[in-house]
Every structure is written in C-alpha cells, then in structure tokens.
Design a protein around this ligand. Structure first.
Ligand code: ADP
Ligand code: MG
Length: 351
C-alpha cells in the first residue's frame, strides 16, 4: 500500500480495532500491532446498580465464588448479545485498554466486530449500536465464519469452495465459503459449554459426584478427546459427593471422558455432514482438494481433527492458534480495508 501521510497522522490519534466478542473469550486486534488483548468474556456486576465492577479474567476467577452483592455474567450468550448495557461496558473497557496499550489518548476507533452467521438483523443492530455507544467512531460487522476462515489463512476469495468449522463456547458454526461469500452455513448451540455440561452429567450419574463447570472444563482440556489417544490418561477429579455432601476425589480416565463427550460430538459431526449434504456437488468436489479447517477453542479437543477426517473422508486440520482466528481475520480486514471491505455486512440495510 502507498504511504499516505494524512492517514498516518490520523493513525497516531485513532486506532483501527478488530473485536471477537465470543461467548467464552473476547479478543482485540489493533491494526499494525496484532492481538493485544485476550480475556474471558465475563463481567462482574454490582447486583443493585448493575454497574460492571470487574471484566475479563478478574471476573472469571469469581465465577461460583461471588459474595451476595456481586453477580458474574457472560454478556454474550449463544454468540449474540444477551444484555446490551453490559456488552457496551465490556466493549468500552476493551476499547480503553487497547488505547492505553497503544498510547493513543482519544478512544474513538474504527471497529470491526465479528457476528455469528445467521443472527437476525435486530441482533446485528444491537452489536452495531453497542460498538458506537462504547465510543467507536465507525463500526462494521463481519460474519464470523468469513473472519475465522480469513484468519485461518483459507483462500476465501477464490472460486473453489472451502469449509470452516468454528467450535466456540456457546455455538458451533459450520460454513461453506466461496468468492468471499457464504454458500451454506449452519449454527448450532452445541459447543464447548455443552461438552462441559456432558462431563458434569457423567460424573453425577456414574460417581454421584457434583463437579463445577470450571473443573469440567479443565477435565475436557486435560484428558478430553474425540478419538482414541496413543496413550490413554487419567486425572484426579474433585467435587462434592452427592451421597455424603463432603468433598471427594475420583480418578477418571480419558476413555471415560470420551464416552461422556460422545453425544455433543456426534451432534457437531452430524451438523457438518448436513452442511455437506446441502452443498452443491461442485463445492463438495472442491473440498477434496481444499479440505476442512477447524477453528475456535473446541478445535483443540484432542483427536477431533482425526475423528472428523475419518467420518467425512476429507482432509481436516486445525488452524494455527484456532482461538484467535476470528480476531485475526477481523484484523486482516483493517490491514487491507479497501480490498476486503466487501466481506463486511452491509449495515445500511438495517439503519
Ligand atoms: P468463543 O468464540 O465462543 O468465545 P472460543 O473460540 O474462545 O469460544 O473457545 C472457547 C471454548 O473452547 C471453551 O468451551 C473452551 O473450554 C474450549 N477449549 C479451549 N481449549 C480447549 C482444549 N484444549 N480442548 C478442548 N476445548 C478447549
Ligand atoms: Mg468464536
């Protein structure tokens, strides 16, 4: 790109920011710098005034241990805004933080925010408004599957079809892309959270052990899997006995956790198959070449790429740093705005 002194000067005072408002994690990309912030999407509120007191990891540490005056919430549920004021506060916090880190005093950035494919116009409008209320000078929306695929390095502008499967906390998004657009997309409310829930149910039924969501998530990350492991492992799982009411430790194996995860995984795999079913035959033929790319934190589940590859008989791989793909993609749009702005949602449609 040509050097434009005016734009450079302006850039000293205004940032371009890409934001992935995930159900589990929120990431911020600053043009020219890369990802500068990565925080869990949690906000701790004063229960009476509903004012946000803590945001991000500080708030997440309080989950399940809050005093009565505090409430810890995730403002983004199933990929869309559940509580407008709190989301605005979260965005405001992120924008301020990004500016502090970049030593840019006036927080009036241009912002690109990812939104799940298939949300309604009302929901898009809510995200757009929240970004403006939080101080953005210009706000743009990008469908998350496009951002994730761009961030994963897929050639989404080509005629050949590509497939992206983004498994987050609240939702799994499956999309077939070609020429910078979405051909078929499905969004499913089964993803990381549902896997944690399945692990909680498993320990309740099999061991009469009540475990918390944080413990369940740790078990999933440590010994969870979607296909047999070269070496199966075990782990000590702590919780409260439903029989005695006292603390108890159970030694669980990766084989058991795989059994616990079977249901949610089958649902996710079936959705990918459904999208392939709906796809035009040319595009399915393209996928034999281009394969299927996994993004989002759920892509890190051990053996998931192998399992999907076996079931779909296609090459399946995990994007580099899959949890950052959407933020990276939103950032790439900012880095090359004139060429990539056609990937953005046409907001004029609902303003
Ligand atoms: P979102 O976009 O909804 O914020 P992310 O893409 O950040 O979600 O992914 C978060 C989800 O990924 C959580 O459910 C988390 O438990 C899960 N996750 C993160 N790391 C792993 C791992 N190593 N194995 C399995 N799941 C993981
Ligand atoms: Mg996500």
């Amino acid at each position: 790109m040509n050097f434009n002194p005016l734009r450079w000067l302006f850039g000293l005072f205004a940032l371009d920011i890409g934001i992935d408002l995930g159900t589990a994690n929120t990431l911020v990309y600053v043009r020219g710098k890369g990802i500068v912030l990565n925080e869990p999407s949690w906000v701790a509120l004063d229960k009476r005034t509903r004012r946000p007191l803590y945001v991000g990891s500080e708030a997440k540490r309080m989950v399940g241990r809050t005093p009565q005056s505090l409430q810890v919430v995730r403002p983004v549920r199933d990929g869309v805004i559940a509580e407008f004021e709190i989301t605005t506060a979260l965005l405001e916090y992120l924008i301020l933080k990004a500016h502090e880190q970049s030593f840019v005093p006036f927080p009036r950035p241009r912002v690109v925010v990812g939104i799940p494919a298939g949300v309604t116009e009302v929901e898009m409008r809510a995200v757009y408004d929240a970004a403006l209320t939080a101080g953005a000078r210009e706000a743009y929306l990008i469908p998350e599957p496009l951002a994730a695929a761009l961030g994963a390095g897929l050639p989404i502008q080509d005629v050949e079809g590509t497939m992206i499967v983004d498994i987050g906390g609240g939702t799994t998004e499956v999309a077939l892309l070609s020429m910078g657009g979405i051909i078929v997309a499905r969004s499913l409310r089964v993803a990381g959270d549902e896997m944690d829930e399945a692990i909680i149910q498993y320990f309740r039924n099999k061991y009469n052990l009540l475990i918390g969501p944080r413990m369940a998530e740790t078990v999933k990350m440590e010994i969870g899997s979607a296909a047999p492991l070269p070496e199966e492992r075990t782990m000590q799982v702590r919780g409260r006995s439903l029989v005695t009411g006292l603390p108890e430790v159970v030694e669980a194996s990766s084989v058991e956790i795989r059994e616990a995860l079977a249901r949610p995984l089958e649902t996710i795999i079936q959705t990918v198959k459904d999208v392939l079913d709906e796809a035009p035959p040319e595009v399915v033929a393209d996928l034999i070449e281009t394969g299927v790319c996994l993004a989002g934190g759920g892509a890190l589940l051990q053996g998931l790429d192998r399992r999907l590859s076996d079931e779909l008989r296609l090459r399946v791989w995990v994007a580099d740093d899959p949890m950052a793909a959407v933020a990276r993609g939103a950032g790439m749009v900012l880095e090359d705005f004139d060429n990539l702005k056609r990937l953005l949602v046409d907001v004029d449609r609902f303003l």
